[in-house]
Ligand binder design. Sequence first.
Ligand SMILES: Nc1ncnc2c1ncn2[C@@H]1O[C@H](COP(=O)(O)OP(=O)(O)O)[C@@H](O)[C@H]1O
Ligand SMILES: [Mg+2]
Length: 395
Amino acid sequence: MSIAEHNLLVVDRDDDFVSAAKELFDGRLPIARSLEEASQTLEFGDIRMLLIGPSYDDEGDMDQIRMMHNQDPALIMMLVAEEVTADLLRQGMRAGVSDVIEAPLDEEKIESAIERFAHDVLKRKRETPREEAPSAPKGKKGHVITIISAKGGSGKTVLATNVALLLTRIPNAKVCLVDADLQFGDVCLVLQMEPRFTMVNAAHELHQLDSEMLDSLLTEHPSGLKVLAAPLEPAFADDITTAGLMQMIDLLQETYDYIVVDTASLLDELMLSLIEKSEDILMLVDMDLPSVKNAKLALETLRLLKFSTQNVHLVMNRSNSKARLDNKEIEGALKMQISAAVPSDAIVAASVNEGRAVVETDPKSKVAKGFESVAALIVADIPEATQKSGLFGRK
Ligand SMILES: Nc1ncnc2c1ncn2[C@@H]1O[C@H](COP(=O)(O)OP(=O)(O)O)[C@@H](O)[C@H]1O
Ligand SMILES: [Mg+2]
């Protein structure tokens, strides 16, 4: 769809914005200098979309925008803002705005906002039967699954992304992946996603954060999986407190059926709180001696701290590697049965570099079957890959 097909009307009181918008579209655009004027224009033309300029930013303006929306709910309204804050986004969304675009305006930004909007509409249409039950059933809280390992590079992020994508195959399941590797979170990188917002935005709005607002800060993967992105720079990790992140997960539990949490390899306060919150903990152990030794130490610490290890599932990664340790010995050392295993395969590294998950690109591979056996620890019957996954699969 081109911008012209949307019969755009630009509304703003500010001269600079209006002339910049005119310039952008070679003067081809109709302009209104107030929402009242826009309202009159709407009665005559076949305007389908309003582009509301940055001078509309306070509460009174939002009330006016809401009134326009109530009069004509089919009208698409995009708000332009000098700075897109989580607060403005929330207020705008509540007033019926479809998206908030950051100034200065360019054609690409408008087009991608329209695309996002079209995508949302299509999705809502597909989900119509769910309209009455937009979230996890009332009173039932989403199932939290945390991936941990006592050693970095053991494959947590690869496991978290693949398991989360497998859970999205469950009909009507709403799945959110939380990147709680606060300093070096790379979920978005591994899934080739560019977050507009991260948990840092949510952390700055904690006093008024609700599930609707948090939802607007998530990033959506083509599969429908939502991601609460980690801070974009290690320095921002300090903005995320354990209590804050727990509050976010509580809110996600109201809306999402499954919340998968990827972590850093640290047995700190955050990790302990996450473990406490989770119904299932997937403890990933690589098939080498240091990994097994660290896993043993971590489990002993948890037992010492009187944490139940009943819901910890032991998952072996690179289970077919050459320097393979004996399963029985590992189980003896960790005092725990191995629940699932994922073999080593070069397609994993390739998938990471391509930003596409193995369960989508190579659903028949042994590694994908390994990830399925891990997901089966959470939900017994994960549906087979459908054509949908082919759509996002390797070309
Ligand atoms: N089963 C596997 N087979 C082959 N390579 C793997 C496997 N699991 C993980 N890897 C590789 O290990 C690297 C580290 O994995 P990652 O998920 O980022 O670890 P972590 O999040 O625990 O630090 C990845 O880039 C990936 O290429
Ligand atoms: Mg990681």
